[in-house]
Ligand binder design. Sequence first.
Ligand SMILES: Nc1ncnc2c1ncn2[C@@H]1O[C@H](COP(=O)(O)OP(=O)(O)OP(=O)(O)O)[C@@H](O)[C@H]1O
Ligand SMILES: [Mg+2]
Length: 372
Amino acid sequence: MKGLHVVGVSHAYGDKQVLDNASLLIPAGEVVCLLGPSGSGKTTLLRLAGGLERLQKGRIAIDDEIVADKDTHVAPEHRGIGLMFQDYALFPHLYIIDNVTFGLFGQPKDQARRRAMDMLDQVGMTRHATSYPHRLSGGQQQRVALARALAPEPKVLLLDEPFSGLDTNMRGQIREQTLSVLKASGVATVMVTHDPEEAMFMADRIKILGANGRILQAGRPHEIYYHPRHEFVAKLFGLMNRFEGVVKGGCVEIPIGKIRAKGMGEGRKVEVLVRPEGVTLESDSDNGTPVEVISTHLLGHDNIVRVRLTEKAGDENGKELYVRIHHAFEPELSKRITAGVDPEYAFIFPLDKEGGMSGNGNISVSQPEAAE
Ligand SMILES: Nc1ncnc2c1ncn2[C@@H]1O[C@H](COP(=O)(O)OP(=O)(O)OP(=O)(O)O)[C@@H](O)[C@H]1O
Ligand SMILES: [Mg+2]
């Protein structure tokens, strides 16, 4: 297969285990995002793939050629990889064009220059070919670094938090442009990020690393968002409304509705996590559980509403919920509002940690994903 294949890689610094049997499969043309907390081994995994770190256990292949295993260590410059780190590492004393040409040693000079100009054109930076890096903004430097990494036509591109130095506005724009350059090049890309939304935007597939260096879940963005197998994965995308309950008649009842608990044993104690967009609100309706509106904030497309359960919710009286709804619905503080739950955004996890299934069925909780 063309692309990067990491199989069963474990790594320790001294006696500190940072990766535990991690596997990745990235076909040419795909972008895979590694998402995980600080210290979960994301950079270590990139460094191992790039050959900057000696492999201790497992196997790494690029386009079906083994580049690292217990007997092999192909040097970084012979792996056909492009690297780009957070600080871009442009050479301050070289013009932009010479920065991009730098990786094309061995090619005739005019050919290298043509290739570099072509790459600068793809990232919209030809105008700056004869500037020095310090004359460019962060976003412009990022684009030059991308052009430099892609100029030698690597088989695999390794990006470590490539947008973290950019402000929010610029980030959105640059990542869109970066994605189209990556897709046009057909390179297999691994990108590390801290930002779940960025991963959702960029990735064909997302790998979630847990604090113990194990891959907790892998899947397409839709799967990660709508079918989190692990509480940690569910909580990555921000605030959740949390309830506890017991499985009865195949369902769990929470104050704002009843959710099917497929595959979960009767009488099992569970927690239910509901995304803010999974709480539905209606005004002057007979459906749902009465709530008091505490505040509403317009966020543009959405409204963020804080509501409080009333005495009708029994034990949960007074509990506050966070709701995200379409901006067209602006609940007035004085009106009668009721809340319900959309089960698509509700996830059930066992509290006794013996394993089980999530709210939308078919997902086992406690077993991390097996190696690919
Ligand atoms: N060269 C090294 N020597 C010893 N320990 C190291 C070395 N490099 C990394 N570590 C440790 O290994 C763990 C994983 O580090 P790594 O940089 O891979 O994490 P990360 O997921 O990239 O974190 P971050 O999100 O903060 O960049 C951390 O605890 C780190 O302190
Ligand atoms: Mg890192």
